[in-house]
Design a protein around this ligand. Structure first.
Ligand code: FE2
Length: 188
């Protein structure tokens, strides 16, 4: 009996998806894509506001410069997402991303839990920044894949550009941690 119920509910969802398409309304899959797009849009916009605080708190000039550069790159990510919304004929709307809100809060916490002008603070800022980058890498990688599935190759390639920039930032942070910050922090 359970099998029958499952099969019939599957048929129903297939039918409703087809109905949506024929109505010209977004399918559930397109709605999922749009929700994820709004989520990362919220995340990027909030990073533009919060990254400068991390930059000011950083001890090493190298780290402060890397964060400052990433603020500019992040502004580009916001505009790229606005371009994607426009290409889809949709208004750019942000939907609160609780994960990014938490990651940003962790970054603020690490600053308040460490002393000014220390390498330990920088090491903590790098940990939090890399958590942020990895969230974004996951989000953009998935969005790119979804866009390709929707046949939106131009949108996929825009998302891919951002994905590559997030990966570059992640690598820069690893390099700063490994070349100087972690060694200094361990010696403090
Ligand atoms: Fe970004």
């Amino acid at each position: 009996m359970a099998g029958t119920t499952k099969a019939s509910s599957k048929t129903t969802s297939k039918t409703s998806a087809a109905k949506n398409k024929s109505n010209g309304e977004p399918s559930k899959f397109q709605q999922l894509f749009m929700d994820e797009l709004k989520d990362i849009y919220w995340a990027e916009k909030n990073l533009v506001k919060s990254l400068p605080k991390m930059q000011k708190a950083a001890t090493s000039e190298e780290l402060a410069n890397a964060i400052a550069e990433h603020v500019e790159v992040t502004k580009g990510h916001v505009s790229r997402l606005e371009q994607v919304f426009e290409m889809l004929g949709a208004k750019a709307v942000a939907k609160k991303c609780p994960a990014m809100e938490g990651l940003i809060a962790e970054g603020q916490e690490v600053v308040s839990d460490t002393e000014e002008d220390t390498a330990v603070r920088d090491a903590g800022i790098i940990v939090c920044s890399q958590k942020i980058e990895h969230y974004e890498i996951a989000a953009y990688g998935s969005l790119r894949t979804l866009a390709n599935r929707m046949g939106q190759s131009e949108i996929a390639s825009l998302l891919e550009q951002t994905l590559e920039e997030e990966k570059e930032t992640d690598q820069t942070l690893t390099q700063i941690a490994e070349s100087s910050v972690n060694e200094e922090a361990a010696a403090e």
